[in-house]
Design a protein around this ligand. Structure first.
Ligand SMILES: O=C(O)CCC(=O)C(=O)O
Ligand SMILES: [Mn+2]
Length: 202
């Protein structure tokens, strides 16, 4: 297991089989704070139900899918309806494009209200993301730990995703690794995450 806590500006956190580069403080404290407040208040939050062992459970966190492509996002047998992009999301998108050197047309906005909200082990390997997608993941608000685990070797990499940071995953990262935001018993405030993606148009 590898744990990163260095304060470098940009850092590759995957040892092999893909890339995940963490860029710290891409968005200023003030911009991040204001954006967090606007997103929290203005996002039409949804809490879809997932089916596990034949039973329905609300997802552990709220989220909303935004894209002007008209493409709905289907994962774990749930379908997320396309909401339009907003000026604020477009501002984030443009900055992510310039840092990542890639294009994006969609974003999943996730709200983790406290340490009980989480996202369990998965990879963003749905066909609409393409085979080796580049995904730009912005963190706002409370710091949460992000874990990546190699599908075969089970090697685990852990990193704290701090306010204003941008994690860019690319190459084999969605094929060879799974990732999660685990629940935590530590008292943590709310966090908003934006994962920008490029999906094929409908
Ligand atoms: O909140 C995060 O940092 C990760 C979210 C995530 O993995 C996803 O939306 O697919
Ligand atoms: Mn993901």
């Amino acid at each position: 297991m590898t744990t990163f806590s260095l304060f470098n500006d940009s850092q590759e956190i995957l040892p092999f089989d893909g890339s995940a580069v963490l860029h710290r403080r891409v968005f200023s404290e003030e911009f991040s704070r204001k954006a967090f407040e606007r997103l929290q208040a203005e996002t039409p939050w949804e809490q879809p139900e997932i089916v596990m062992f034949g039973k329905k459970y609300p997802q552990a966190g709220k989220s909303t899918w935004h894209t002007n492509t008209g493409v709905n996002y289907v994962y774990s047998r749930i379908e997320r309806v396309a909401h339009p992009m907003t000026d604020l999301l477009d501002e984030f998108r443009l900055k992510c494009e310039s840092v990542a050197g890639a294009s994006f047309n969609s974003v999943l906005v996730n709200l983790y209200r406290d340490g009980n909200d989480s996202v369990s082990w998965h990879s963003d390997n749905e066909a609409i993301n393409g085979r080796e997608p580049t995904i730009a993941s912005v963190s706002l608000g409370a710091t949460r730990r992000f874990d990546l685990r190699h599908r075969e070797t089970k090697q685990t990499v852990r990193v704290d995703l701090e306010d204003g940071s941008l994690l860019v995953m690319s190459g084999l990262s969605q094929i060879c690794w799974v990732h999660q935001i685990a629940k935590t018993k530590t008292a943590v405030g709310p966090r908003i995450n934006l994962t920008f993606r490029l999906v094929n148009r409908a």
